[in-house]
Ligand binder design. Structure first.
Ligand SMILES: [Zn+2]
Length: 63
């Protein structure tokens, strides 16, 4: 397990994209601006990449 910053969704590092640091459940994660909307609107897509993502809810509800 490496702690080299890499996007949760695409795995790219800071040599390719700017990364936003997330603090979640006591751990640090990173995501790139391109995939930040995934975290906001469709976080279950990060299940298996972000521990606990299955418990997240999308920010927008189009009821
Ligand atoms: Zn990404």
């Amino acid at each position: 397990m490496t702690h080299t910053p890499a996007c949760l969704a695409c795995g790219r590092g800071t040599d390719v994209v700017p990364l936003i640091t997330l603090a979640y459940r006591g751990e640090s994660h990173w995501i790139c601006p391109q995939h930040l909307p995934v975290l906001i609107h469709d976080p279950t897509r990060l299940v298996g990449r972000l521990p606990g993502a299955e418990g997240l809810e999308p920010a927008d509800h189009h009821d």
